[in-house]
Design a protein around this ligand. Structure first.
Ligand code: SDX
Length: 435
C-alpha cells in the first residue's frame, strides 16, 4: 500500500558484529513504523510486544486515532463532525469505500442494504435450538458463523462482486439476527424487518414491535441509536478487528471471520464493557459508595476494575465518550428521564475518579462504553443486548478492514512468533521409571 520507506535505523549486535537495517515506514499522520521483517534473518532475534501495544500489524487507510490528543478520524473525517452531521448508512459507505457518497450513491447503497435485511427462514429456525436464556452474543456469533452454510453462492473472497454482496448481506442481516436473538430470549415471535424504515429505526422495530399492535417508533430513540452506531462503527486495530483480520488472513470465509470478531468483542475488557458498566453502576448504587469502589479498583488483589474507564490507546478523553455524555443529557431530557439515577451516578463517578491520583497518573479516562449503556437503557434496550448493539455497528468496521486486507495483493497469513521459556530438549521416560 502507500506507506513510504525512507531512512532506516541500524541495529547492531556488538557480540557478533552483525547488524540489521530497519527501514522506517512513514504514513500520512501519526507515528512512523520500524520495518522489522529482516530482523530475525539478520540477527536471529524477534521483537517482544505482548498485547501489541507498540506493534503496527498492518498498514490501513480506514481509521486514525491519536490517543494522547483524543482524536478519532474515519477516512480523515473527525468523529465529532460525522456524529453531528452524518448518518450511520453514510458513515458505513465512507468506511467501506473511502469517500463520502453523493446523494445518488447513498440512495443506491442504502437500497442495497435495505433489500438484504431478511434472513433465510431456515436460519431463523436455528434460534429454536438455543436455551431460552442463552446470552444474545452467543446466539449472534453462532448464527453469523452459520451464514456460511447458507450464502456459499458468493464466498469467493477473490471475486470483488462476491465481496460486495457479502458486505451488503452481513451489514443488512446482523440487526435481523440480533433482534431475533432478543425475541428468542423473550419467547416472542420474530419481527421481520420493514423496508420503509431506516437502519436504526428498523432495529428498534424488530426489537420491540409485537404482532398484536402497531409499534410506535420514537424518533428520539432512533436518532440516538443511529448516532451510537456511528460512534461504534470502527476503531482501527482493536482486539475484535484484529481478530477478524487474523481469521480472514487464513482465507476463511468472511462470515466465519466476522463471527470470530463477534466472539472477541464479547469480552468485558472490550465490547462487553458496556454491559459491565451498567452492572457496576447498579452495584455501586449510590454516590456515597463511590470511594469504596474506587479503593477496590486500585487494589490489585480485588480484581475489580472501573468498567468503562481506561483504554489501550486513549490517554486522554475518548472523544466518543464526550459525545455520548452530551447525548445522554439530550436523550434523557427528550425521553422525560432527565433524573436518571444511573446517569447522575456515572457523572459523579467520573468527576471523583478524574480527581484521584491513581486514575490521573495512569491517564485513565472514561471510554466509549462508560455512558453508552445509560442511553441503551433509556431507549429500552436490555443490558444483555448492549454488546450486541456494539456488534451491529462494528460489523461495518470489521467488513471495511476485511475488505482492505483481502484486496491487498501483499496479504499474507498472520502468524506471530514467541519467546520460548519452556523446557529444553529432553528424552522420553517410560512410565515405570517416572518418580
Ligand atoms: C473498548 O481497543 C479499542 O479501540 C477498544 C474500543 C473499540 O472501540 O474497539 O475502544 C472499545 O474495548 C473500550 C475499552 C472497554 N473496556 C473497559 O472499559 C474495561 C476496563 N478497562 C480496562 O480493563 C483497561 O483499561 C483496558 C482493557 C481498556 C486497557 O487495558 P491496558 O491498555 O492493557 O491497560 P493496563 O491493563 O496495562 O492498565 C494500565 C494500568 C494498570 O495499573 P498498573 O499495573 O500500572 O498499576 O492502569 C490500570 C491497570 O491496573 N487500569 C485500571 C483500569 N484500566 C487500567 N485500573 C482500574 N480500573 C480500570 N478500568
Amino acid at each position: 500500500m502507500n506507506g513510504k520507506t525512507e531512512t532506516a535505523f541500524e541495529l547492531s549486535d556488538g557480540a557478533s558484529g552483525r547488524s540489521s537495517q530497519l527501514p522506517v515506514r512513514t504514513g500520512t499522520i501519526g507515528p512512523a513504523a520500524l520495518d522489522i521483517a529482516g530482523l530475525h534473518k539478520d540477527l536471529d532475534v524477534f521483537t517482544y510486544d505482548p498485547g501489541f501495544a507498540a506493534t503496527a500489524a498492518t498498514e490501513s487507510r480506514i481509521t486514525y486515532i491519536d490517543g494522547d490528543a483524543g482524536v478519532l478520524l474515519y477516512r480523515g473525517y473527525p468523529i465529532e463532525q460525522l456524529a453531528g452531521k452524518s448518518s450511520f448508512m453514510e458513515v458505513a459507505y465512507l468506511l467501506l469505500l473511502g469517500e463520502l457518497p453523493t446523494g445518488k450513491q447513498l440512495a443506491e447503497f442504502t437500497g442495497n442494504i435495505r433489500y438484504h435485511t431478511m434472513i433465510n427462514e431456515t436460519l431463523l429456525r436455528f434460534f429454536n435450538g438455543f436455551h431460552h436464556n442463552a446470552h444474545p452474543m452467543a446466539m449472534v456469533s453462532a448464527v453469523v458463523a452459520s451464514m456460511s452454510a447458507f450464502y456459499h453462492d458468493t464466498m469467493d473472497i477473490y471475486n470483488p462482486r462476491h465481496r460486495e454482496i457479502f458486505s451488503h448481506r452481513i451489514i443488512a442481516k446482523i440487526p435481523t439476527i440480533a433482534a431475533a436473538a432478543h425475541k428468542h430470549s423473550l419467547g416472542q415471535p420474530f419481527i421481520y424487518p420493514r423496508n420503509d424504515l431506516d437502519y436504526a429505526a428498523n432495529v428498534l422495530h424488530m426489537l420491540f414491535a409485537v404482532p398484536c399492535e402497531p409499534y410506535k417508533l420514537d424518533p428520539v430513540a432512533a436518532e440516538a441509536l443511529d448516532l451510537l452506531f456511528i460512534l461504534h462503527a470502527d476503531h482501527e486495530q482493536n482486539a475484535s478487528t484484529s481478530t477478524v483480520r487474523l481469521a480472514g488472513s487464513t482465507g476463511a470465509n468472511p462470515y466465519a471471520a466476522i463471527s470470530a470478531g463477534v466472539s472477541a468483542l464479547w469480552g468485558p475488557a472490550h465490547g462487553g464493557a458496556n454491559e459491565a458498566v451498567l452492572a457496576m453502576l447498579e452495584q455501586i448504587g449510590s454516590v456515597d459508595h463511590i470511594p469504596k469502589y474506587l479503593a477496590m479498583a486500585k487494589d490489585k488483589s480485588s480484581h475489580f476494575r472501573l468498567m468503562g474507564f481506561g483504554h489501550r490507546v486513549y490517554k486522554n478523553f475518548d472523544p466518543r465518550a464526550k459525545i455520548i455524555r452530551e447525548m445522554c443529557h439530550r436523550v434523557l431530557t427528550a425521553l422525560g428521564r432527565s433524573d436518571n439515577p444511573l446517569f447522575e451516578l456515572a457523572l459523579r463517578l467520573e468527576e471523583i475518579a478524574l480527581k484521584d491520583e491513581y486514575f490521573v497518573s495512569r491517564k485513565l479516562y472514561p471510554n466509549v462504553d462508560f455512558y453508552s449503556g445509560v442511553i441503551y437503557s433509556a431507549i429500552g434496550i436490555p443490558r444483555s443486548m448492549f454488546t450486541v448493539m456494539f456488534a451491529i455497528a462494528r460489523t461495518v468496521g470489521w467488513v471495511a478492514h476485511w475488505l482492505e486486507m483481502i484486496s491487498d495483493p501483499a496479504m499474507r497469513i498472520g502468524r506471530p512468533r514467541q519467546l520460548y521459556t519452556g523446557p529444553p530438549r529432553r528424552e522420553y521416560v517410560e512410565v515405570s521409571k517416572r518418580r
